[in-house]
Design a protein around this ligand. Structure first.
Ligand code: A3P
Length: 345
């Protein structure tokens, strides 16, 4: 009898002990996860953040973790409500220029805890079919973010598409516009290289760059060639200036973003009224890639895809000289309008 009672007592003690340990473990886990899920302090401002110390450093990790899940669509409605997450229209758009370094710029800005990128090019304003779906469709394409964060999207086709400035103006006349440019001839060759690679992938043959860029009848620069036209930055910008004042644009030096990204990013932070948060820690040079890569935190870093940073085909020097001479007056005009001078030949 006594033995039976003792066994019963031991059993009760075991159950109680297990419950106590279980609760303790649950509490530890819950506190840990609450700490991780703590949203960034609700900072209000017209565009950015109030003070320098208001974003906890761990926000970078936080962004990669929770927001990443939300963006992948793994968030429940309850989580979205609980964390006050919203899909916001962009406060800034990287409108171009194709092959200027638009992806690198977007990814690097996304290092900032107050910036959330739209991963895909949405092509809302340049594609009539998408545009017809309306602004709510566009907003729904945006990633989840906290209300104090800003969403940025990039679609380089916006810069050269006729209808886009007016459409963006109708959405938000005070939006901030980012244009990343490279030396025009290099950009044109980069543009050609991308198309060439696409053709090769489909086992198709393609013309040499020289043949496309120079009109064989006149031996002059072929201004009908899209890769050439896109590099006449001033012509496109002038169309945009019919809708937006120049103060709403910020020109990023795409060549410098390759060799020395941090100062370029700091200029963008300033333009977007964001506190300086991107540091040298977030950018490291990867000798194998030959480019700067991104470091979000101690465990997460990434380089851009292999389609960024292609080897360009060799181009006849006389064609390069001709193109540089052709672009020269347009470049001068571009410097004059933007107030930013580059060492382009
Ligand atoms: P190339 O492939 O000609 O070298 P976009 O994203 O607008 O298509 O621009 C692509 C260009 O971004 C690449 O052109 C590359 O030079 C440039 N770039 C800038 N920073 C880069 C980075 N950190 N990693 C890879 N490419 C980068």
């Amino acid at each position: 009898m006594l033995f039976k009672q003792q066994a019963l007592l031991r059993q009760k003690l075991f159950v109680l002990g297990s419950l106590a340990i279980g609760s303790l473990l649950y509490l530890v886990a819950r506190v840990g996860s609450l700490d991780r899920l703590q949203p960034l302090c609700p900072i209000d401002s017209r565009f950015g953040l109030r003070g320098q110390d208001e974003i906890p450093l761990r926000a970078l990790q936080f962004k990669r973790g929770l927001l990443h899940e939300f963006r992948k669509g793994n968030a429940t409605k309850e989580q979205i409500r609980l964390h006050n997450l919203v899909q916001q229209l962009p406060k800034a758009i990287i409108i171009g220029v194709r092959k200027g370094g638009t992806r690198a710029l977007l990814e690097m800005l996304n290092l900032h805890p107050a910036v959330v990128k739209a991963s895909q090019e949405i092509h809302f304003f340049d594609n009539d079919e998408n545009y017809a779906k309306g602004i709510e469709w566009y907003r729904k394409k945006m990633p989840f973010s906290y209300p104090h964060q800003i969403t940025i999207e990039k679609s380089p086709a916006y810069f050269i598409t006729e209808e886009v400035p007016e459409r963006i103006y109708k959405m938000n006349s005070s939006i901030k516009l980012l244009i990343i440019v490279r030396e025009p001839t290099t950009r044109a060759i980069s543009d050609y290289t991308q198309v060439l690679e696409g053709k090769e992938r489909k086992n198709k043959t393609y013309y040499k760059f020289e043949k496309l860029a120079i009109d064989p009848n006149t031996c002059e620069v072929n201004t009908k060639y899209k890769a050439v036209r896109t590099s006449i930055y001033t012509k496109h910008l002038e169309r945009w200036l019919k809708y937006f004042p120049i103060e709403q644009f910020h020109i990023v030096d795409g060549d410098r973003l390759i060799t020395e990204p941090l100062p370029e990013l700091q200029l963008v932070e300033k333009f977007l009224n964001l506190p300086p948060r991107i540091s040298q820690y977030n950018l490291y040079f990867n000798a194998t890639r030959g480019f700067y890569c991104l470091r979000f935190n101690i465990v997460f870093n990434k380089c851009l895809a292999g389609s960024k940073g292609r080897i360009h085909p060799e181009v006849d020097t006389s064609v390069i000289t001709k193109l540089r001479k052709f672009f020269h007056p347009f470049n001068q005009k571009f410097y004059q309008i933007t107030g930013r001078t580059f060492n382009w030949p």
